[in-house]
Design a binder for this molecule. Structure first.
Ligand code: ZN
Length: 197
């Protein structure tokens, strides 16, 4: 269970990462709701390209939602972040590299910044600015899903379709949470099929 620290002079950065279906957005919303109950000024930003469900809501897969502000880049996020105590960033893997500097400035200005994002893309590679954010954060939470093949802990997002585009936003039909070995097995099978085709 994550417990909020109490620093007096500056803010801090929290990162919630993990594969798809690991509950990152739920955890982000849980922390933000608690801050909101405490009358802190709370805002959520998300990349404007993520319009899976609704434009102005962060919606986790269980439809537990809270109002969110779509922004085109981290510069716009910075411009809109004034006056808030707690700043949530969802789907942070889709932001530009500048986000790393932006959230550090916000923390220095006294904000608590909570970032949620995929740590790896469907190729199993570190995703966007997330590795750098993990390095500079005070607190890191790595969540796991359950492997849809074997039921063990899942760390990887396996893509069932053969589309090579990295930015393909998830729905349950196109992705599966998988453990390392089931992920590797699936990749091998897809390569075999690809070689035949
Ligand atoms: Zn597995």
């Amino acid at each position: 269970m994550f417990l909020e620290p109490h620093f007096k002079r500056s803010g801090w950065i929290e990162v919630i990462c993990g594969s798809m279906f690991s509950g990152k957005t739920e955890e982000l919303l849980r922390r933000l709701r608690r801050a909101k109950i405490a009358n802190q000024k709370v805002v959520i930003f998300k990349p404007a390209l993520d319009n899976r469900y609704a434009t102005h809501k962060v919606v986790s897969h269980d439809a537990n939602s809270l109002e969110a502000v779509p922004v085109v880049d981290s510069q716009q996020l910075m411009n809109l972040a004034g006056g808030y105590d707690v700043i949530g960033v969802d789907e942070a893997q889709f932001f530009d590299a500048e986000l790393v500097q932006t959230v550090q400035q916000l923390a220095l200005d006294g904000c608590r910044v909570i970032i949620a994002g995929l740590d790896m893309d469907f190729r199993g590679q570190p995703f966007g600015p997330i590795p750098q954010l993990l390095a500079v954060a005070e607190y890191i939470t790595k969540l796991h899903a359950i492997c849809q093949q074997c039921g063990h802990l899942a760390t990887h997002s396996f893509r069932l379709s053969a589309n090579e585009e990295t930015i393909e936003l998830g729905a349950q039909q196109t992705y599966e949470a998988r453990c390392r070995s089931c992920y590797a097995e699936g990749e091998k099978k897809q390569k075999e099929v690809g070689a035949q085709g």
